[in-house]
Write a protein that binds this ligand. Structure first.
Ligand code: GLC
Length: 750
């Protein structure tokens, strides 16, 4: 409702936003420069605030700053009591009593964990993903948190990079839809509600293109890839009203993101008109010096604040350098006022000024955290995230009785790894293991054997893991169990801390001795179901060539084992589709579906004389599993791709439909995917681009006509000056159950 003058009784009414703007403006007017800069300063939780202030480290300084209103936000403060304690210091001991905004990495749940975000993306179920974020927000907000550093929306084509587990895969269209679903799930319709929290789209920008998949490495991509691939999910999040963004550790085009005015001001705050605030990543302002971009802390503070980084996470640089920079006339105070106004606006919208303790409610904490409703929601999400990669001779689903089943693999009995590497608030060992899930099905004779450890020794969050590459002492036990089994279920893959931040790998095969274990078991029993537990695509070529059934089950969170068991036994028919390409080997990376045609594309590969084309000579030049791939316990047929006409005007909607039938024996869900190809354009375009999808459910024998509407926005692209353009010309349309679909048609845009 806008601000209006009511002619009858000359009462002026203000919108909620106007009122908040007025409150922010009047508050800024009475703040000292120091207090303003304090709002731009974020500290990590540094002690159990319900206890004495520790004398080591910088806790004393942080405590003093808290008391003097020189801290705007805290992160990683755990639990209602601790949040209430820090909030009390900030609100009741400082001059103006401005409440803290409390941030936390609630990436895929607080205590009740949903699947890792890459797994959730494999569901293509936007409703379930939004619900999953609502559950995370409900639990986080019940323990004092009002801001999460999620969704991570970094597009990546490189499974060597450990953080692919945290994003939505390789495609900007799917990534954008998921970004919106997660922002809406976290923020809801009312940010001041006690069960919603501010979201943070991160890491702005292009962090997922870290060179060679090496963590914190340089990023060197062209403007066309930046605008057409890396930025769209951020733009979608901003258009969906995300309240904050976090900038990235990497540089873009030689300028570190934290100090990159082109990204933060030209694109984000000017072109996109973003009204929220930008937080740096952990100490990324200080790292401007390490990059060799700033000569010292003072220089770093100047570059970051001028570029548009509004809040400093744990560099302690804004609080130490900005005041003098303003006093010396190097930084206009208006720059500080803009940053502070953005930060205060979000605090008002969260309702923190009305009641700074509104998120600190021990009763609600007990009611909400780990509730059955949340357990049900994350189980539903987990089942929908599972992808059936292969199922020869319908080995799956398993019979529910009369079978001897050998369950093998350390990860089958793991209650930790399924929580993933971003479980930081959850309790270790609280996942349902696959063994526990399968023990729910009493009709078979189930024997479990570990076979081999994945890692050895202590697996702390901060230490590198020691992977077991030698100990095969328990192989024999496992092999003997396999010999007696009708079916062998092997749960193999990565330890929960082999993916995630700072977990890049150069080898994406099954880690350690697991491949040997798989091959040894295969020698005595070929009826193997391979269940993958992993945080990234793995190059499982041997398995694809030999193992009849393969399920991709990622790291599915708290209810992992129940989800896997229900899919194994057919109580849930798998419906997931890959959000990221699986390479045949690490040498193929980056390999992704929406690649360019090049001037020498693969054509007649049966012609032995054909040498000079874009290919590798030592591997099949296709991925192991393509983007969008995923099977079902039933089968689907696509036919009658219909375009209402073949020539469209620039402003016309393009209606497309296709008939999809369930030709199998059970009800199943299918993600119907629509891709386009712009055949000729002023900058080269990919051979396929996802521009629509619909998740449908079909009973046996049922046919549905699925309809899509494309418009010029679907057909446009950013040219290499970063301008969005639409060009007339020929387009191809493809519709099917994966990016490998060939069902196609053509139209012309005039
Ligand atoms: C980390 C991550 C970022 C996270 C932040 C706070 O380094 O890069 O995603 O939100 O620090 O934990």
């Amino acid at each position: 409702m806008a601000c209006t003058d009511n002619p009858n009784n000359n009462i002026t009414t203000y919108s909620e936003a106007d009122l908040i703007n007025k409150k922010v403006d009047s508050l800024i007017k009475i703040m000292t420069l120091k207090e303003k800069i304090g709002q731009m300063n974020q500290y990590n939780g540094f002690w159990d605030v319900t206890g004495p202030v520790p004398d080591e480290g910088d806790a004393e300084k942080k405590y003093e700053h808290l008391k003097n209103g020189l801290v705007g936000s805290m992160l990683s403060v755990r639990g209602t009591k601790a949040v209430r304690a820090v909030q009390k210091i900030a609100v009741e001991e400082s001059r103006l009593g401005i409440p803290l905004i409390i941030g936390f990495d609630v990436i895929h749940g607080y205590k009740t964990l949903s699947p890792i975000p890459l797994a959730e993306a494999a569901s293509w179920d936007l409703e379930a993903i939004e619900k999953s974020a609502q559950v995370a927000a409900a639990e986080a907000s019940a323990v004092g948190i009002n801001w999460t550093f999620a969704p991570m929306v970094d597009i990546s084509r490189d499974p060597r990079w450990g953080r692919v587990m945290e994003g939505a895969g390789e495609d900007p269209f799917l990534g954008s839809k998921i970004a919106v679903a997660r922002v809406k799930g976290f923020q809801g319709d009312d940010l001041s509600a006690v069960n919603t929290i501010a979201a943070c789209a991160k890491h702005f920008a292009a962090y997922g293109f870290s060179e060679a998949g090496k963590e914190y490495n340089t990023v060197d991509i062209g403007s066309s890839t930046l605008h057409n691939v890396a930025l769209p999910p951020f733009k979608a999040a901003v258009d969906a009203g995300v309240k904050t963004l976090m900038n990235a550790f990497n540089e873009y085009d030689g300028v570190p993101s934290t100090g990159n005015e082109y990204l933060l001001r030209d694109i984000l705050k000017d072109e996109w008109n973003f009204k929220g605030f930008v937080i740096s990543d952990w100490a990324s302002i200080k790292e401007l010096v390490v990059w060799g971009y700033a000569k010292d802390k003072k220089d770093a503070a100047k570059m970051a604040v001028l570029a548009g980084s509004d809040m400093d996470m744990e560099s302690h640089i804004y609080i130490s350098e900005l005041e003098q920079l303003v006093k010396d006339g190097i930084i206009e105070e208006s720059i500080i006022d803009d940053a502070v106004s953005r930060i205060l606006t979000v605090k008002f919208e969260l309702g923190l000024f009305d009641d700074p303790y509104r998120y600190c409610d021990e009763t609600r904490e007990k009611e909400v955290v780990n509730s059955q409703k949340h357990m049900d929601a994350v189980l539903d999400m987990a089942k929908k995230s599972i992808v059936l990669l292969k199922n020869e001779n319908d080995l799956l689903p398993l019979k529910k009785e009369g079978q001897n089943i050998a369950l093998i693999g350390a990860l089958a009995n793991e209650k930790n790894s399924p929580l993933g590497s971003w479980r930081i608030a959850s309790k270790d060992n609280t996942a349902i293991s696959v063994l526990e899930g399968m023990q729910n099905y009493k009709g078979n004779n189930l024997v479990y054997k570990k076979g081999a450890d994945v890692s050895v020794g202590d697996t702390q969050f901060v230490n590198e893991l020691t992977i077991n590459t030698t100990d095969k002492s328990e192989f024999k036990d496992a092999i003997n169990a396999a010999k007696k089994a009708d079916v062998v279920v092997m749960v193999l893959g990565e330890h929960g801390f082999q993916s995630g931040e700072a977990r890049s790998r150069t080898d994406i095969n099954l880690p350690g001795v697991q491949q040997d274990l798989l091959e040894e078991v295969y020698k005595v029993n070929k009826n193997i179901v391979l269940v993958l537990n992993n945080g990234r695509p793995l190059s499982i070529n041997w398995a694809d060539n030999h193992i009849p059934a393969i399920l991709e089950t990622w790291q599915l969170g708290t209810q992992a084992g129940h989800a896997v068991a229900q899919v194994l036994y057919g109580d849930y028919n798998p419906s997931g589709k890959l959000p990221m390409t699986f390479p045949r080997n690490v040498g193929q990376i980056p390999i992704y579906y929406n690649h360019k045609n090049t001037g020498r594309p693969v054509s007649d590969t049966n012609n032995p004389n054909l040498v000079f084309w874009s290919h590798y000579s030592d591997v099949e030049n296709t991925p192991l599993y393509p983007f969008g791939h995923g099977l079902s316990y039933t089968s689907f047929k696509y036919e009658n791709l219909v375009l209402e006409k073949t020539v469209f005007g620039m402003d016309e909607n393009i209606h497309v439909s296709v008939d999809v039938s369930n030709t199998g024996k059970v009800t199943g869900k299918e993600v119907v995917q629509l891709y386009i190809r712009d055949l000729v354009a002023s900058t080269t375009r990919p051979v396929k681009e996802l521009k629509g999808f619909e998740l449908i459910e079909l009973q046996t024998g049922e046919t549905k006509t699925v309809k899509f509407v494309l418009n010029k926005a679907s057909l446009g692209f950013y040219n290499n000056q970063g301008r969005f353009i639409i060009e007339s010309g020929e387009f191809e349309i493809f519709i099917g159950g994966s990016s490998y679909t060939t069902l196609n048609s053509r139209f012309e845009l005039k």
